[in-house]
Design a protein around this ligand. Structure first.
Ligand SMILES: *Cc1c(COP(=O)(O)O)cnc(C)c1O
Length: 400
């Protein structure tokens, strides 16, 4: 049995996406910048994909720059926006539970003398717009707050925060890598100037993504080497990857709300059953999925703590059952530190270490969730029986 519940780490390539890419890995090998017909054909494919990505997020094709993925998009947005601003505007606002691609970009800017405010989310997993307003300074140049959190799935009130940014004349970036393809993402509705997305998080290929840059906005480049894509992205384009991103965007646009609804129901079932049948387990962050027709969490994600056990041990034991789940983000696995996301929302370190992230996707079914639940109950019970932290085990040891 091999079942995959780690779609926030990456998703499988959709068969339609692979089909769309294949010609560009075989006979259509022209450099999209070449003038001859080989180049004309791949240029046309790249521009078609740009249109597909733009359509997914309500942008214009000229506002889309292709990157090597979410990480580069985040770096280009944060470094490019701040470095393009004229001193003395040298302050930016972000949150303590951003993806490392944003956090480390901010750290790099701190080394260049930029001041950074790291806002703490509340215990439910949300950044309060009032806190953003309170952190504004005359020299603030950028606010960067993620749309959906990759570990707990909470969807941030980006519309409100972007309105605050606009009112203050400050640029607004959002990392929408975990929301794109899962819930509606529209740059105009959100009111953002910059938005990052990545193909492999919504059934496209790895190593390709995009940054939305509102028309008229000038960023400082991070890569140098030529005049590609508004001088921001020099180098020969990854045509097959770009075509794959376009095809994945097209699929996500076509998949209406039905898949979000199906995944939300599966996720709620998984959560309900875990809480009903396993003691000392609970959801990290908010449990509600929606409020007033708005998503509070992306529908495929839940993050659950299992007290008295180590998340890493759970992951390894579940893997022996053929079940792929993770403790948190793929980027921090192997680290002994508790998740910075769970810590930021106030989960104690011990509890954070005993937490798992379940992220569902297109292939998952209710039968698969039932298999997962059965294995999970066994594994948690077995590890708890061995754990010196478990109250029953402690009582036994005290008697001896
Ligand atoms: C995965 C992820 C990224 C990084 O995207 P890559 O394409 O893997 O570089 C950035 N932000 C968030 C929220 C992510 O989940």
């Amino acid at each position: 049995m091999n079942l995959y519940f780690d779609h926030n780490a990456t998703t499988p390539l959709a068969p339609e996406v692979l089909e769309a890419m294949l010609p560009y890995l075989r006979e259509e090998y022209g450099n999209a910048s070449s003038i001859h017909r080989y180049g004309q054909r791949t240029r046309a494919a790249v521009e078609r994909a740009r249109g597909q990505v733009a359509a997914l997020i309500g942008a214009e094709p000229s506002e889309i720059v292709f990157t090597y993925g979410g990480t580069e998009s985040d770096n280009l947005a944060v470094l490019g926006a701040v470095r393009a601003s004229l001193l003395p505007r040298n302050h930016l606002i972000t949150s303590a539970f951003e993806h490392p691609a944003v956090l480390y970009s901010c750290k790099a800017l701190e080394n260049e003398g930029v001041a950074v405010t790291y806002l703490r989310p509340n215990g439910n997993g949300f950044i309060r717009p009032d806190d953003v307003r309170g952190a504004l300074r005359p020299e603030t140049v950028l606010i960067t707050i993620m749309h959906a959190n990759n570990e707990i799935g909470t969807v941030q009130p980006i519309e409100e925060i972007a309105a605050i940014a606009k009112h203050a004349g400050v640029l607004m970036h959002t990392d929408a890598v975990q929301s794109t393809g899962k819930i509606p993402v529209d740059v105009k509705a959100l009111g953002v100037d910059l938005l990052s997305l990545s193909a492999h998080k919504f059934y496209g290929p790895k190593g390709i993504g995009a940054l939305y840059i509102r028309k008229g906005l000038k960023l400082a480049p991070v890569l140098f080497g030529g005049h590609g894509q508004h001088d921001l992205r020099p180098g020969t384009e990854n045509v097959a990857g770009i075509v794959g991103l376009g095809a994945a965007a097209q699929l996500a646009t076509e998949l209406n709300h039905s898949e979000a609804k199906r995944l939300g129901e599966l996720r709620d079932y998984l959560e309900d059953e875990i809480l009903r049948t396993i003691d000392a387990a609970g959801v990290n962050g908010i449990r509600a999925g929606m409020r007033d027709g708005r998503f509070l969490r992306v529908p495929n994600t839940t993050n659950i703590h299992f007290d008295y056990v180590e998340g890493e041990s759970l992951v390894i034991s579940l893997d022996l059952h053929g079940l792929a789940i993770s403790t948190g983000s793929a980027c921090s696995s192997g680290s002994v530190e508790p998740s910075h996301v769970l810590t930021a929302i106030g989960v104690p370190a011990q509890r954070a270490r005993g937490s798992l992230r379940f992220s569902l996707g297109r292939q998952n079914t209710k039968e698969q969730i039932d298999e997962l639940l059965q294995a999970l109950r066994q594994v948690v019970a077995r590890l708890r029986a061995l754990s010196p932290e478990t109250p029953e085990v402690q009582a036994e040891t005290a008697k001896q």
